[in-house]
Ligand binder design. Structure first.
Ligand SMILES: Nc1nc2c(ncn2[C@@H]2O[C@H](COP(=O)(O)OP(=O)(O)OP(=O)(O)O)[C@@H](O)[C@H]2O)c(=O)[nH]1
Ligand SMILES: [Mg+2]
Length: 241
């Protein structure tokens, strides 16, 4: 049985679960943990159907405060508690992150503690994005790098791999941002802790089914998080977001 686990946060992704699962199984035999925030569209039900056919699939159902960062935190705590996973991968459920790249991320983890699936290492490798969407992502990266000093080309990438023994150290102590800014904060913490971090080129494909969950609240958090990181402050455990 594989000692690699893919953690996939989901919110209203019922239309994507089966296709994603098939694509992952076409690429690797890694375990899969879906972390669902009680999606109203019945995502968890579809995951349960897939689980009945594939024992390598698990589901963590979250209730209460939703958010990408919260979902990842809970998923990480669950997998660390299981004690059997050596490498952990993070990816979106909307097929923007293509499972075919998992092998390259896994290979790079033999060299690095953490790897980023990067859209911007070889120019720009993004399919079907509007110029506006590309501009937003590209400018966000320039802003994050400028403010925090992070030396990576794609700091907001949610397609990543990390060695499980390193993950434990990243979760200790303080709380992360609740939304997408979690990704930047996690990377910043890893970098500050001196983890070796590599980037692997990926091709990112815009979602075909379902809707993006990026809201103005999430954008606001993404604006303030780099400043907070630069100032060296991080919210204390238990502080409301
Ligand atoms: N559990 C959980 N998952 C979430 C939440 N918000 C987003 N997600 C998932 O996080 C992943 C990324 O979300 P997307 O809406 O695709 O965001 P994005 O890829 O940055 O933006 P787009 O390019 O517009 O799709 C998807 O798998 C979502 O279902 C949340 O609050 N809770
Ligand atoms: Mg997406």
């Amino acid at each position: 049985m594989s000692d690699r686990l893919i953690v996939i946060p989901t919110y209203n992704e019922s239309e994507n679960i089966r296709e994603l699962h098939a694509a992952i199984r076409g690429a690797c035999d890694f375990g899969i943990l879906f972390v669902d925030d009680s999606s109203p569209d019945g995502t968890a039900g579809v995951v349960e159907e897939v689980m009945s056919e594939d024992p390598g699939v698990m589901l963590l159902r979250r209730t209460g405060e939703k958010g990408l960062g919260r979902a990842y935190e809970d998923g990480f705590r669950m997998l660390l508690g299981m004690g059997r996973w050596r490498r952990v991968f993070m990816m979106d459920a909307d097929l923007s992150h293509q499972p075919v790249h998992l092998t390259a991320l896994d290979e790079a983890l033999s060299e690095y503690d953490m790897v980023l699936g990067s859209r911007y290492t070889r120019g720009v490798s993004v399919l079907n994005w509007s110029i506006m969407r590309l501009n937003l992502s590209y400018s966000a990266n320039a802003y994050i790098k400028g403010v925090t000093g992070l030396p990576f080309s794609d700091c907001t990438s949610g397609f990543r791999g990390i060695r499980a023994d390193r993950l434990e150290g990243l979760l200790l102590g303080r709380r992360y941002a609740g939304g997408y800014a979690f990704l930047v904060e996690m990377l910043h913490r890893a970098w500050r802790q001196g983890l070796s971090i590599g980037e692997v080129p990926i091709v990112f494909v815009e979602r075909e089914h379902g809707a993006s969950k990026i809201s103005s609240r999430i954008l606001l958090e993404s604006f303030f998080t780099p400043i907070r990181l630069r100032l060296g402050r991080s919210r204390s455990a238990g502080t409301a977001q």
